[in-house]
Design a protein around this ligand. Structure first.
Ligand code: GTP
Length: 597
């Protein structure tokens, strides 16, 4: 296909504004897929994505379209992940295309992720076509939303296309706008091969599949290619495009988007954003701006049943094959035994991995409190990264501690603004900005990431009845009065409950934690002190009183089978507990104790 007849684009939208439905409709209306093969949400392939209605891995599809001018075009759609955790993947895949459809739900208006994603598109110099979706709904207010797009984002929305991805209204206009308003790609077919590694994933039959955008040159089956980041060389055994099913072709030229396979075993060997060239006569300059995605949130994953440790290792290794942004190393905890310390791009990423281990591998997990990476500056002038509060060095050796901060953007209807401000304030936030977009307030806060990772989304959703939208970016590290708080049950520290807290909040946090634990830990035959401490100093304390009687006592020693049954029940219950010293702590306690109200 000549460059002038290629259009490459992505769709940017807030979650639920209809990105996947629109993509499906574009595919269907161009007969890219026979109707009978059309599944709802073609592009969301993983089950969990489908269930949760979120798009995690970027997917792509090549659409053939005969425009009103009679010419045949190739349209390549790259589907980008919609969630904030995957911002890096979004920004990379945007660099692989020239334009974007900006989809805004005409009953809702601009949301936090609309903004975050459209800014990625603007940074990538995209031509942007605004699309107002869901016009079939009575609550649609296209004029207001178009005005809002102009006010808040600052792009011309006078020509916004009015669409119902559900009924198909406006789909033809959207296809025409793609051809007429989005620029054709540029590239030189005679120059050395230069291709962007847009995405990669693991397929159990084909091994690693690499999604590429050709910038210059030609990529053919049988070529020997080099990844410029690590110099590794591979033999290309397959080239193809997605229609959206994988279809093999012989070569890809400038401006084209497709996939290659080259007997690559792990996704880890392919880095999103890397430049691919030929082994011989390659290009000498890589594409700019490569940086691997870094995990920012860490937590421990432990099997409830210690016997499942090897199964857990196996499942984590398999998942890691397909997810280069997820890190893990073995960890031992006095409370929880053997497990793994894992790093994630964000909370959603954590949840997805945890769910997959539990569901696909059927392993019950204990997840410890998510933690961010602290910079611990020692008195001797060295600095170390702290991924696990349990590893915090002795306070007397520490000079100061830095924590990561984020810039959070929250859009919320006016009625809930007070609650949102209070929530941010409670989480040690510093207000940076407060503006209005229609009846909605846009607040920008500088917040410690630590205060956001555990349950901030949940709290935000609940205080705003689901009406707030949220997005963030990293700001950098800043010093604060942070200390490690330990929890002692029956005078023994429970490492899995250690957390980093701000000194001013330690007492309140400690008190809340011991009160909760008092309710969560069952009574034993003896009195159990539950304490929160910083260094050697106890800051909160509760005492769980002793159980008055043995459960079996009421059987008067007479009925042996009844006694046995009760003991069996106790045993079964115990399996779900973690024995700690002499104390059994139920699994829920670890997570519940860390939730703040
Ligand atoms: P993520 O994949 O989570 O980012 O969501 P999305 O933006 O892809 O949204 P999706 O396409 O899953 O649509 C969200 C919901 O809106 C679904 O229930 C769709 O059926 C519905 N929807 C999408 N487009 C329309 C439309 O034009 N009209 C109506 N009434 N509903 C729509």
């Amino acid at each position: 296909t000549p460059l002038s007849h290629i259009r490459n684009f992505s769709i940017v939208a807030h979650i639920d504004h209809g990105k996947s439905t629109l993509a499906d409709r574009l595919i269907q209306s161009t007969n890219t897929v026979a109707d009978r093969d059309m599944k709802e949400q073609m592009l969301d392939s993983m089950d969990i994505e489908r269930e949760r209605g979120i798009t995690i891995k970027a997917q792509t599809v090549r659409i053939n379209y005969t425009a009103d001018n009679g010419e045949d075009y190739v349209l390549n759609l790259i589907d980008t992940p919609g969630h904030v955790d995957f911002a890096y993947e979004v920004s990379r895949s945007m660099r692989a295309v020239e334009g974007s459809l900006l989809v805004v739900d005409s009953t809702q208006g601009v949301e936090a992720q609309t903004l975050a994603n459209v800014y990625h598109a603007i940074e990538a110099d995209h031509e942007i076509v605004p699309v107002l979706n869901k016009i079939d709904l009575p609550a649609a207010d296209c004029d207001r939303v178009a005005e809002q797009i102009e006010d808040v984002i600052g792009i011309d929305a006078s020509g916004a296309i009015r669409v119902s991805a559900k009924t198909g209204v406006g789909i033809h206009e959207t296809l025409e706008a793609i051809v007429q308003h989005l620029p054709a790609p540029k590239g030189d077919i005679d120059a050395p091969l230069k291709a962007m590694l847009v995405d990669s994933w693991y397929d159990s039959y084909l091994g690693v599949i690499v999604l590429v955008r050709i910038m210059n040159g030609k990529l053919k089956k049988g070529d020997r290619i080099r990844m410029m980041q690590n110099g590794s060389v591979h033999h290309v055994d397959r080239i193809g495009v997605f229609r959206p099913a994988m279809t093999e072709i012989d070569e890809l030229g400038p401006g084209e988007i497709g996939f290659l396979t080259a007997s690559i075993k792990q996704v880890r060997d392919t880095r999103v954003g890397d430049t691919i060239t030929h082994e011989k006569k390659g290009c000498d300059k890589a594409l700019p701006g490569f940086k691997p995605a870094q995990p920012v949130v860490f937590c421990g994953l432990f099997p409830v049943d210690a016997a499942e440790f090897e199964d857990l290792r196996d499942s984590i290794e398999k998942l890691a094959l397909n997810d280069a942004s997820f890190s893990f190393e073995m960890e031992t905890s006095a409370a929880l035994g053997f497990g793994f310390r894992c790093g994630f791009l964000g909370l959603l990423h954590l949840e997805v991995i945890r769910d997959r281990i539990e569901r696909e591998y059927d392993i019950d997990l204990i997840t410890t409190a998510p933690s961010v990476i602290y910079h611990i500056h020692m008195r001797d002038g060295t600095m170390q990264d702290l991924h696990n509060p349990a590893d915090m060095p002795d306070l007397t050796l520490v000079d100061h501690v830095e924590e990561p901060r984020i810039k959070a953007t929250i859009l919320v209807p006016d009625d809930f603004l007070g609650d949102v401000l209070k929530l941010c304030q409670d989480r040690r936030g510093i207000q940076l900005d407060l503006t209005y977009a229609g009846a909605r307030a846009m607040v920008v806060y500088d917040l410690p990431l630590n205060e956001v990772v555990f349950d901030f989304y949940d709290r935000l959703k609940s205080v705003t009845k689901g009406y707030a939208s949220f997005d963030y970016q990293m700001l950098g590290y800043r010093t604060d009065a942070l200390v490690k708080m330990q929890v002692l049950v029956n005078d023994e520290p429970v490492d899995a409950l250690s957390t980093m807290v701000h000194r001013d909040r330690a007492e309140a946090r400690g008190r809340a934690m011991v009160e909760k634990l008092k309710d969560l830990i069952p009574r034993h035959m003896f009195k159990i002190p539950i304490q929160a401490a910083i260094g050697g100093k106890v800051i909160a304390r509760e005492t769980l009183s002793a159980m008055r009687k043995d459960v079996t006592a009421k059987c008067y020693g007479g009925d042996a089978t009844r006694k046995r049954k009760l003991l069996d029940k106790q045993k079964a219950g115990k399996k779900k507990m973690r024995q700690f010293g002499k104390v059994d702590i139920p699994q829920e306690a670890f997570i519940s104790a860390l939730k703040m109200d």
